[in-house]
Design a protein around this ligand. Structure first.
Ligand SMILES: Cc1cc2nc3c(=O)[nH]c(=O)nc-3n(C[C@H](O)[C@H](O)[C@H](O)COP(=O)(O)OP(=O)(O)OC[C@H]3O[C@@H](n4cnc5c(N)ncnc54)[C@H](O)[C@@H]3O)c2cc1C
Length: 480
């Protein structure tokens, strides 16, 4: 089959993108490297395999993930249609039988007359109109090509998470509660004379000697081996550097970074400590705290040893150790429009592929969206816009008042210096004009406004009902 659009990756985003384009009459070649080349997480050859949990999140319309699902259903999403045929009971959440779900997606994609599935690894940026949806575990050879396109400073390979300790294991004869400068998370300020114990953070103070001893231990500690890639510090998202990588930047790097003591007074001495490790509440019950800024790749026994040198944490019980996991994602705010199209203009001439021959869209986890359905959602928009690009129609952005529009807007407009993957949540929607005071009332109003915005959008868009003028002649056949 001569193809009009190449889709790279048969995951949640790639299958949705392929489906949307094929339903609009475009001929799609979908490349999926499994089973010939597996990722470290997938175990089958099926398209849209759910790699971990089988929960697709809330299906209640007044919850952010639920609102997103309702929008996708309204937009004829393949992933939602298949999820709805493979549900298992789970209260207000949508939980799928993972085998039935992936099987349903595979069958519908493979039997679509406009889709050809090619089981091959793509090792270059395809020419013509293409959607790159190769996911958090993008193969190394393709990642190397994406680097040429984006610059290595704009493609991240790793996410690091911080350890979590139980509240009851913290020694409060040393640690104390206080917010920096007495300013709490809700914006209120500790009144003069008010006890600092009401602060949002638990603080573990260090003297200069304690800090130096801790730095020596940290710099000498063994890290876990990471597979697949030789690790370079520029492969981390800068706002989420492992603490040991930060420590290597200089002896005071942590004292000026996550361990900075400014605005904190130790109630035992009345003075500012030399350095301070802060712990932030991690669960609603307040029984768990994460060690702020201490995302790490130290081996677990080394975390026990080194982190217990922190005053107040000598008896710490770790319910989760810090860990690093592969998560390939681009700096979308610099590189993408809210249409999911790659912006050639921000890349210097040496790196870029020719915009005259390449029309590139990105979708899925690689754009910095989190969650199965969020990733399918960006695939939907990328597939829709790839088809419009093929026909030289103007590309579309979804209204920011919809959850899908807000997600796409967020990843393309967030601060590129601090960009982190984002999941569906009400916080990314534009504020309400007259928000009700109660949370559920606000959520219902967000949902109502999103429905209205989506209905208006669908009424205004020429291809929402799949009718389309004849296709232009196909572009140059894509190179795998
Ligand atoms: C270990 C792990 C656990 C996770 N657990 C969860 C969870 O519980 N819940 C959740 O919501 N999200 C989870 N995620 C995130 C999850 O990956 C995404 O939500 C979702 O799968 C991303 O969809 P995607 O289409 O972007 O990528 P994927 O679903 O991963 O699809 C990408 C596809 O591209 C293929 N591919 C890669 N490179 C190439 C190439 N060069 N050529 C051809 N094909 C290629 C891959 O084989 C894969 O099938 C997890 C991720 C990982 C890595």
């Amino acid at each position: 089959m001569v193809s009009d659009i190449t889709v790279v990756g048969g995951g949640l985003a790639g299958t949705e993108a392929a489906w949307q384009a094929a339903q609009r009459g475009a001929r799609v070649r979908l490349y999926e490297m499994r089973p010939r080349k597996m990722t470290p997480a997938h175990t089958t050859d099926r398209l849209a395999e759910l790699v971990c949990s089988n929960s697709l999140g809330s299906d209640l319309v007044d919850r952010a993930p639920g609102l997103l699902k309702h929008e996708l259903r309204a937009l004829d999403s393949l992933i939602m249609a298949c999820a709805d045929t493979a549900t298992v009971p789970a209260g207000g959440a949508l939980r799928s039988d993972r085998d039935r779900f992936a099987q349903a997606v595979t069958e519908r994609i493979e039997s679509h007359p406009n889709i050809e599935v090619v089981r091959e690894e793509v090792t270059g940026i395809p020419a013509g109109v293409a959607v790159i949806a190769s996911g958090p575990l993008t193969s190394e050879r393709l990642a190397a090509e994406i680097i040429k396109l984006t610059g290595s400073e704009h493609l991240y390979f790793w996410d690091a998470i911080a350890p979590i300790v139980t509240l009851e294991s913290i020694d409060f004869s040393i640690a104390f509660r206080a917010s920096r400068y007495g300013v709490h998370g809700d914006g209120t300020v500790t009144a003069p004379g008010e006890h600092l114990g009401e602060g949002d953070y638990i603080n573990c103070p260090m003297s200069r000697d304690e800090y130096n001893g801790f730095m020596d231990a940290l710099l000498g500690a063994e890290t876990a081996t990471l597979r697949d890639f030789e690790l370079r510090s520029d492969q981390f998202f800068e706002g989420c550097l492992p603490v040991e990588v930060m420590a290597r930047r200089g002896r005071d790097a942590l004292a000026y970074g996550p361990m900075r003591p400014v605005g904190i007074k130790d109630p035992r001495t009345g003075k500012r400590p030399y350095a301070v490790v802060q712990l932030r509440q991690d669960n609603i019950a307040g029984s768990l705290y994460n060690v702020v800024g201490f995302q790490t790749n130290l081996k677990f026994p080394e975390q026990d040893r080194v982190l217990r040198m922190i005053p107040g944490l000598q008896g710490a019980e770790f319910v989760r150790y810090g860990q690093m996991h592969r998560n390939t994602f681009i700096n979308s705010p610099l590189l993408l429009d809210a249409t999911m199209k790659f912006r050639h203009k921000v890349i210097d001439a040496e790196r870029t592929v020719d915009p005259a021959t390449h029309s590139i869209f990105f979708a899925g986890q690689i754009v910095g969206v989190e969650g199965y359905i969020g990733n399918a959602a960006t695939g939907l928009l990328a597939g829709l816009n790839a088809t419009r690009a093929l026909r030289s129609w103007p590309l579309i952005e979804l209204p920011p008042a919809t959850m899908l529009g807000a997600l796409c807007y967020y990843v393309s407009h967030a601060d590129p210096k601090t960009f982190q993957p984002m999941k569906a949540n009400f916080g990314i929607l534009p504020p309400l004009d007259h928000p009700p005071r109660d949370k559920r009332g606000r959520a219902a109003m967000y949902a109502e406004r999103a429905h209205q915005a989506l209905a208006n959008f669908q009424a205004s868009i020429d291809d929402a009902k799949l009718t389309a003028p004849a296709l232009q002649p196909p572009m140059a056949p894509p190179q795998p």
